[in-house]
Design a protein around this ligand. Structure first.
Ligand code: HEC
Length: 168
């Protein structure tokens, strides 16, 4: 009788602990308590918001078929124009150095050289920016640093995309 009750109590405690274990595993990867729904939203926004197009190597060329583990690791492809040559930075590294509050502040006032659509990031809602932050922190650090910016009077090494002179 006694053993039976004990076994049932143990079983009950294992069942009760199960959701907890899942949460704890999630927490290890994410910064703060990012919910599954928030991560899903971040994934969706990064994908349809075009961030992968430039910040994930080979994404455009492979019709988006790049494993999530490689997302946003930055690219060696240069974007050359009158502004010099820019490179889509490694957002996986970038985000590790920022708290969520710092990211929100940075994003709302973001201004970069072309072709980064900083004006689109500025217009994102706080909830959307939080979701993007949650996803990138969840993915963790990965990849290497993108090449450094090259000023207009210097020739960048290939590969780079050459923009035409701006319309007069
Ligand atoms: C058309 C290509 C392109 C797209 C699309 C793009 N980026 Fe970028 N991004 C860049 C380039 C290039 C830079 C580096 C700009 C520079 O050196 O001034 C950059 C820089 C950044 C930076 C760093 C700014 C800093 O403080 O140095 C952030 C953050 C960023 N992008 C976020 C995003 C997010 C989020 C998205 C999706 C909504 C996105 N980018 C979409 C090309 C792109």
């Amino acid at each position: 009788m006694r053993i039976g009750l004990c076994a049932r109590l143990m079983l009950a405690s294992v069942v009760a602990a199960a959701p907890w274990i899942v949460q704890a595993a999630d927490k290890g990867k994410a910064a703060g308590p990012a919910s599954a729904a928030q991560l899903e939203r971040g994934r969706y926004l990064v994908d349809i918001g075009g961030c992968n197009d430039c910040h994930t190597p080979g994404y455009m060329q492979n019709a988006g078929k790049i494993p999530e583990a490689q997302w946003l690791t930055g690219d060696k492809l240069g974007w050359r124009g009158p502004w010099g040559t820019t490179y889509a930075v490694n957002l996986r590294t970038y985000m590790q150095d920022l708290t969520e509050a710092q990211w929100l502040k940075t994003a709302k006032t973001l201004q970069t050289r072309p072709p980064m659509p900083w004006f689109a990031v500025q217009k994102m809602s706080t909830a959307d920016l939080r979701a993007i932050y949650a996803l990138i922190r969840h993915l963790g650090p990965g990849g290497q640093a993108a090449p450094a910016y090259v000023p207009p009077d210097k020739e960048p090494p290939p590969p780079f995309v050459q923009f035409p002179a701006p319309p007069k």
